[in-house]
Design a protein around this ligand. Sequence first.
Ligand SMILES: [Zn+2]
Length: 345
Amino acid sequence: MTNTTTTGILERLQQGIVQGAEGYVFELERRGYIKAGPYVPEVVLDFPAAVKELHREFLRAGSDVMVALTYYAHREKLKDVGRENDLERMNRQAVQLANEVAREGNALVAGNICNTWAYDPQDVTTSSRVVRAMYEEQLTWAVEEGIDFVISETNDYLGEALIALEVIKQLGLPAMVTLASVQPHTTRDGYDYVEACQRLAGAGADIVGLNCDRGPRTMLPIIKKIRSAVSCYVAAQPVPFKTGEQHPTFESLRTSDGQQAFPLALEPFLYNRFEMAEFAREARDIGVNYIGICCGGAPHYVRAMAEALGKTVPASKYSPAMELHPMLGTHVEEKDQHFLADWKN
Ligand SMILES: [Zn+2]
């Protein structure tokens, strides 16, 4: 069963840019529904309304895709928090929640799988079997609950990403496969990110690219190379943090006293909405087809990005109208302007 009466992902990409929004785990941790550390999406069963609310916020802000919150809802991770018995229920419910909200708009539902931490490049044969079984069970449940396509993301290993792709294709669904880019140039099994994307495209991925780990400044140069190396659709979903030459990933950012800022002290490095809107325009200009945001993402960014791409979305009804602000607005009396100037100094 697929969700839907709506146009599919490939048709939408044919017509223009598709916008995504992720970072569910990060944001729901911040809101007090997920434990940092294991980062297992227990919220799906414990506080389903909180998950629906965030889906709805992303939908209203312009996301074309509701990504089912099954990130880390796999056997290995659930074992860590002693909830292995909830595995099937958690996966099915996550897809149901995404569907319920997708139907409130005209959004697609993506099934979601990610790096398993079970893949072992030293023992590919045995570990591949384990990984494949995990993907198969997650995606079989997802297909039964109704999805339009699958996002396989934050892949550290090309080898593991190729297993994900094979499982998605066996199910007959469009596949978006994006890599983590924690290391400077290559996946953990030694493939240059560009070459890894070429191989994924060659193996039948419909959309390839990068997500998470890097902010726009350090992700876009790689995305540019990927764009010119593949003919399939390209996705870019950076984190909204100020990564740069010294600290190319958000894992490598340091607080003023030299501590690792990832994952709980990253706020000083956040971009503002205007800067993320600029990212969306740059991504569009280099030919990225699926433009989104990852950990640290929030609805105000998604709306600013949607509007930068020329869309008016439901939440645009409440987009800023600073001319109406009592102190910053244009109708402020002249004497108040002086006060404001003094106050600012
Ligand atoms: Zn992320």
